[in-house]
Design a protein around this ligand. Structure first.
Ligand SMILES: O=P(O)(O)OP(=O)(O)OP(=O)(O)OC[C@H]1O[C@@H](n2cnc3c(O)ncnc32)[C@H](O)[C@@H]1O
Ligand SMILES: [Mg+2]
Length: 198
C-alpha cells in the first residue's frame, strides 16, 4: 500500500493518525486535503458499521485504499451512552463543550466508583475489489467531575485513563497516542498490514 486516505474531517483524529502512521512508509491524506462534497450518513447501529460506511463510501469515490474511524465514549452508568452518538450528543452542531456539559450533568449523582467508562475506536480499511478489514481498540478509564486540560479533542478533558491522576487532555499528544483507543485499533491494522505484505 503506497497511499491511504483517512476518511475523516475531524482535525484531532487526522493529527493522531498521521503521527501514528508516519513510520508506515505510506502517503497519508485526509478529507481535509480532498474535495469530497458528498455527505456520509452515519446511520449504522455500531461503531463497526459506521466505520465501514465511511471507509467504503470514500474508497468507492476515490478508487484507492481508505481508512475510516468511528469512535466515541461508552459510560457504564449511562448504559453505554453517548456511544455511537458521541459527536452529536448535545445537538447537531457537534459542540465538544456542550457534549461534555451534558454528560457531567447526567452524571452529577453518580458516585466515583460507578463512573467507569471507555473510549472505543473502530477502524475500517476499505480497498476497491477487496473485503473490508474492521477492528476495534478501546481505552478504559473513568469520568471526572469537571473538564481539565487543553490537549486532544472531544471528551478528553473529562476522561481519566485507568490508573492516571490526569485527564486525557492533560496528557501530551505522545502520551495519549501510546495508550489511546485509536492506538489500540491501529496496532491491529499494523498486524494485518504485515500479513498482507508477506
Ligand atoms: O465522522 P468523522 O468525520 O470521522 O468525525 P466525527 O468527529 O464526527 O467522528 P465520529 O463520528 O467518530 O464521532 C466521534 C466522537 O467521539 C468523541 N471522540 C472520539 N475519539 C475521541 C478521542 O480520542 N478523544 C476524545 N473524544 C473522542 C468525539 O466527541 C468525536 O466527535
Ligand atoms: Mg461523524
Amino acid at each position: 500500500m503506497k497511499e491511504l486516505v483517512i476518511a475523516t474531517k475531524n482535525a484531532g483524529k487526522v493529527k493522531e493518525f498521521k503521527e501514528m502512521l508516519k513510520d508506515f512508509g505510506i502517503e497519508v491524506k485526509s478529507l481535509l486535503d480532498l474535495d469530497f462534497e458528498g455527505d456520509i450518513v452515519e446511520d449504522g447501529l455500531t461503531f463497526e458499521e459506521n466505520a465501514t460506511i465511511k471507509a467504503e463510501t470514500i474508497a468507492e469515490w476515490k478508487g484507492i485504499p481508505v481508512l475510516a474511524d468511528d469512535s466515541g465514549l461508552e459510560i457504564d452508568a449511562l448504559d453505554g451512552r453517548p456511544g455511537v452518538y458521541s459527536a452529536r450528543y448535545a445537538g447537531e452542531e457537534k459542540d465538544d463543550v456542550k457534549n461534555m456539559e451534558k454528560v457531567l450533568e447526567e452524571m452529577q449523582q453518580v458516585p466515583d466508583e460507578q463512573r467507569t467508562a471507555r473510549f472505543v475506536c473502530s477502524v475500517a480499511v476499505a480497498r476497491p475489489g477487496h473485503p473490508t478489514f474492521v477492528e476495534r481498540g478501546t481505552c478504559e478509564g473513568s469520568i471526572g467531575r469537571e473538564p481539565r486540560g487543553t490537549n486532544g479533542f472531544g471528551y478528553d478533558p473529562i476522561f481519566y485513563p485507568e490508573g492516571a491522576d490526569r485527564s486525557m487532555a492533560e496528557h501530551d499528544p505522545s502520551e495519549k497516542n501510546a495508550i489511546s483507543h485509536r492506538r489500540n485499533a491501529i496496532k491491529k491494522v499494523e498486524e494485518w498490514l504485515k500479513n498482507q505484505n508477506s
